[in-house]
Design a protein around this ligand. Structure first.
Ligand code: FES
Length: 106
């Protein structure tokens, strides 16, 4: 279980307890957090689960696979700390994670 803070692009923040084994995307979708659409259902094929990971957290996450890199290139306004939230699996080590959603997913 990890407490994850999802911040909408308008600054509204949502703190959610997400179960281990779910993705950061699934934690948002199951709790109706606006800003993570996840059109492809988590198969790394849509980039509508794009988030900006808090800088302090970025290097603590498992590295991106090539498929995620490729899909992020097509995401709206990718930045240095961009990730696809469907590719980040939750475990206890993510307790306190903070992610922000891009404006297009508002
Ligand atoms: S849900 Fe489609 S790429 Fe993450």
């Amino acid at each position: 279980m990890a407490k994850i803070t999802y911040i909408e692009h308008n600054g509204k923040s949502h703190e959610i307890e997400v179960k281990n084994g779910l993705s950061v995307m699934e934690g948002a979708v199951q709790n109706n957090i606006p800003g993570i659409d996840a059109d492809c259902g988590g198969s790394c094929a849509c980039a509508t689960c794009h988030v900006y990971v808090d800088e302090k957290w970025f290097n603590k996450l498992p590295k991106k696979e090539a498929a995620e890199e490729d899909m992020l290139d097509m995401a709206f306004e990718p930045k240095k700390f961009s990730r696809l939230s469907c590719q980040i699996l939750v475990d206890n080590s993510l307790d306190g994670l903070v992610v922000k959603m891009p404006s297009k997913q508002g």
